[in-house]
Design a protein around this ligand. Structure first.
Ligand code: 5GP
Length: 239
């Protein structure tokens, strides 16, 4: 497969067309940003750690009945994916109160959220990703009511599957963000699932194992990404 023109460059990934119809190449770059791009760095190997974890988790979810865009890896930072018509929603599932939900609402940090809470933001940097509700999503024609129902069901399925897989490695899945797209009429999981898009705590020590280490200057970001990538990809549980 040959890489062709750049289709889209985000804050940490670039997407390229290929010579194969319906297949794209996603490049996981070493750029890391936080606070709406207000904090920016380039951290060596960050792209490959995130790509490795994303590939592993997409493969695991695929084997457990979740449709994803993942096809295969070309090398440690280039992933072949199926082209999706992306839906501009950031679907966030929260198992424990942390991050913006604690800043914006009267939740005490570390409160267990049972059942998990789904929050959906509008993926729009210029508007700072405002939170949506079902009526807004439908009025803005971002998804149909049936698609929204499906998206929420898949998000909860992904949460259960990831929560159990990570728990077996001594990692608590606090929350995560996923994105969806359409392949024909089918809703598929797209984008990435990585240390940039999940909030992970060591189940014993409570130590952060994700981008919060970067956001909050908690220590050596790449040493953490390296360790957590190894812990996650060593999981053998394929249920
Ligand atoms: P929070 O709303 O607390 O900042 O984020 C909740 C969860 O969603 C965290 O795991 C965070 O990493 C993820 N998340 C929220 N917004 C974004 C985003 O724009 N990009 C990425 N990669 N992850 C996000």
């Amino acid at each position: 497969m040959k890489q062709k023109n750049l289709l889209y460059a985000g804050k940490a990934k670039s997407v390229y067309r290929t010579d194969v119809d319906g297949k794209l190449i996603v490049e996981f770059r070493d750029d890391i940003t936080a606070f709406d791009g207000g904090k920016k760095d380039v951290l060596r190997n960050k792209g490959s750690y995130n790509a490795e974890v994303s590939a592993f988790l997409f493969d695991y979810l695929g084997k457990n009945g979740v449709k994803t865009h993942f096809v295969s890896m070309i090398d440690p930072r280039h992933m072949i994916v199926r082209e999706l018509d992306m839906i501009p929603l950031e679907v966030i599932v929260r198992n424990i109160a942390a991050g913006s939900i604690v800043r914006n609402y009267p939740f005490k940090e570390r409160t267990k959220l049972d059942p998990p809470i789904i929050v959906i933001d509008y993926k729009d940097d210029a508007r700072h990703d405002p939170m949506l509700n079902d009526d807004l999503i439908i009025a803005l024609k971002l998804a149909t009511p049936a698609e929204l129902k499906k998206i929420k069901k898949i998000a909860l399925d992904v949460n259960r599957l990831l929560f159990d897989l990570l728990a077996a490695q001594g990692i608590t899945l606090v929350d995560f963000k996923i994105e969806f797209g359409r392949q024909g009429k089918t809703i598929c999981l797209g984008d990435e699932i990585s240390m940039d898009s999940m909030r992970l705590w060591d189940s014993k020590s409570g130590e952060s194992l994700d981008k919060d280490v970067y956001r909050l200057n908690k220590g050596d970001v790449m040493a953490t990404y390296n360790r957590v990538a190894q812990r996650i990809t060593k999981s053998t549980q394929k249920r």
